[in-house]
Design a protein around this ligand. Structure first.
Ligand SMILES: *Cc1c(COP(=O)(O)O)cnc(C)c1O
Length: 372
């Protein structure tokens, strides 16, 4: 059966619209310079990575062997403790964050979750779903958590386990919370029951290649980390990676075994295609390719910041950030480049596909707007 003419025309129109819309955006942290055509053939199979990627299943139409390699690659990159890590490919950063908080709550049901006001909007929803007690902490202008406020708040509640939801790359300004400073607060108040989840949606694939390396990973003290796959790496389908210390996951696997089922992931059926996408990107790029992408993005961001300042725009960025922050721009420019705007600021995110000529076009549009 084929589509009737009207329906197929509509589909064709949609295809051109999506191509145009993909071409123009500069305000979302989503790479578009990818090609996974070699995988397209696999779309004819009902791939499904049901259940735990590390436990054998009778279902064989899966890509779990590739998924395990993806997890292993990131375990190394994020300095997970040897033989003490576990993870899976998620539907995106939000699911990984939900997973980290879920582990924390199972381990410390009485704990309080602390997170900064610059934390991604999905966290409030996740905390609500998990029915977790939580306290929002002030953020600095950079987007980084206000350590004095965190310290004071934890001090008041020092009799309860502390769960910190740390950001490594906030949505608006790419601010990064320093896990070393968070750990120092735990030590100061002798808090031994603590858990740190690291939300590294964008920067999880960037940080390992930065110098100095931000304090955000397992070696720094994180218990779980979530990364989005469709952001810095790039994927036609949203996806992500969650990693956790295996000893923490075993505690929840046990608690679920108690009610009669052993199930370590959040959803039952899981995407079998996106692990192949991530695997393919890793094989094609290698660590060197990742590092090159990071350097290219940093160069472009430095260029964008400098060119905007030249025309009198108060642009700035955090150290080693690929996000350039600027005051809110005219609606027509916001619309044209799909720029996210909040609290009077907007941003350009110099993903690896962004080149100097994209920046030049943007700066020239701003200039034209200034003279009107
Ligand atoms: C994008 C983002 C998320 C959510 O990730 P999704 O992959 O969109 O679910 C969470 N936190 C931060 C900081 C993000 O930038």
């Amino acid at each position: 059966m084929s589509l009737n003419q009207q329906v197929s025309e509509r589909l064709n129109e949609f295809k051109s619209r999506i191509a145009r819309n993909t071409d123009s955006y500069l305000g979302y942290p989503v790479s578009k310079d990818f090609s996974y055509e070699e995988l397209a053939e696999l779309l004819q199979y009902p791939l499904n990575n049901l259940g735990d990627p590390f436990i054998d299943s009778t279902w064989k139409v899966d890509s779990r062997e590739f998924e395990r390699e993806v997890i292993e690659f990131f375990a190394k990159l994020l300095r997970a403790p040897e033989n003490n890590w576990w993870g899976y490919v998620t539907n995106g950063g939000t699911e990984g964050n939900l997973y980290g908080l879920y582990l924390a709550r199972e381990i410390y049901p009485q704990g309080i979750c602390y997170f900064s006001q610059e934390t991604h909007y999905s966290v409030a929803k996740n905390l609500h779903l998990l029915n977790m007690r939580h306290i929002m902490i002030r953020a600095q202008k950079s987007g980084e958590i206000d350590y004095d406020d965190l310290r004071e708040t934890i001090r008041i509640h020092r009799d309860l386990p502390a769960i910190v939801f740390a950001n490594s790359g906030t949505t608006m300004t790419e601010g990064k919370d320093d896990i070393n400073k968070i750990k120092a607060i735990f030590e100061e108040f002798s808090i031994t029951q603590h858990y740190i989840h690291s939300d590294a949606a964008l920067c999880g694939a960037i940080n390992p290649f930065l110098n100095p390396r931000p304090a955000y990973d397992f070696a720094d003290g994180a218990d779980s980390i979530s990364i989005s796959g469709h952001k810095f790496i790039g994927s036609p389908i949203p996806c992500g990676i969650v990693l956790a210390r295996k000893d923490k996951v075993e505690r929840i696997a046990r608690s679920i075994a108690y009610i009669g089922c052993l199930d370590t992931t959040i959803t039952g059926s899981r995407n079998g295609f996106t692990p192949l996408v991530l695997w393919y990107a890793i094989k094609k790029l290698g660590e060197k390719g990742f590092a090159d992408r990071v350097n290219h993005s940093l160069e472009t961001a430095a260029y964008a910041e400098q060119e905007l300042i030249k025309i009198g725009i108060e642009a700035w960025r955090n150290p080693n950030a690929i996000t350039v922050v600027l005051p809110e721009v005219h609606d027509s420019i916001k619309e044209k480049y799909q720029l996210a705007t909040a609290n009077g600021i907007t941003h350009l995110i110099c993903m690896p596909n962004v080149e100097k000529h994209h920046i030049d076009a943007f700066v020239s549009d701003i200039k034209t707007q200034q003279t009107h």
